[in-house]
Write a protein that binds this ligand. Structure first.
Ligand SMILES: Cc1cc2nc3c(=O)[nH]c(=O)nc-3n(C[C@H](O)[C@H](O)[C@H](O)COP(=O)(O)O)c2cc1C
Length: 171
């Protein structure tokens, strides 16, 4: 088990979970889910998600159970779906409350449309002490999914292997 990396994700319908499970498996690292206490199921839940994301509203998150303190990981990989062109309010809630504890962060975003949503990375960086070191924008089921996912995995592995001294190329 690679103790330098942890994958933390939120997923409402399982797509981000699947992508993050593949990434954690390839990097042989811990995989942890983050949640809040809001019921996000069904049509009402869908609407709540959209409104929360648009208003940048967050709710307290459940206790994150990781094997080490978040600050001890050399790389924290955060996975979130895109909601209304933004990161999910659950991931925003985690970043708001605990982003300052993360030494180096990489982002995995999943979405349904062709757009890449690269502007979302800058929005998420506002909660970190320094900008993220790698990112990937994935549309599950798309032709490029496996290619970009694998590029990202390599970038993360190289980053940790290089002691985090050199910023990696962005995936
Ligand atoms: C409330 C809501 C808003 C969404 N807004 C967008 C969007 O703006 N652009 C997009 O491409 N996909 C959007 N999606 C689709 C999700 O980002 C996409 O299906 C994602 O992969 C779902 O991840 P999950 O299964 O881990 O929850 C939205 C989904 C929800 C529930």
């Amino acid at each position: 088990m690679n103790k330098d990396i942890v994958c933390v994700y939120f997923s409402r319908t399982g797509k981000t979970k699947a992508a993050m499970a593949e990434i954690a498996d390839a990097l042989n690292c811990e995989l942890v889910r983050v949640r809040d206490k809001v019921d996000r199921k069904g049509a009402l839940g869908w609407m709540r998600c959209g409104l929360d994301a648009m208003r940048k509203r967050t709710q307290p998150i459940n206790r994150l159970v990781t094997e080490q303190p978040l600050s001890d990981y050399r790389l924290v990989i955060l996975g979130t779906p895109i909601w209304a062109g933004r990161c999910s309010s659950v991931m925003r809630g985690l970043l708001k409350r605990r982003g300052y504890e993360m030494a180096n962060v990489a982002y995995v975003i999943t979405h349904g449309s062709e757009a890449l949503y690269k502007e979302v990375y800058g929005q998420m960086d506002r909660y970190l002490l320094k900008p993220h070191v790698a990112d990937v924008s994935l549309r599950p089921g798309s032709a490029g999914y496996h290619f970009w996912r694998d590029q990202f995995i390599k970038t993360c592995a190289d980053f940790v292997a290089s002691d985090g001294e050199q910023p990696p190329e962005q995936a």
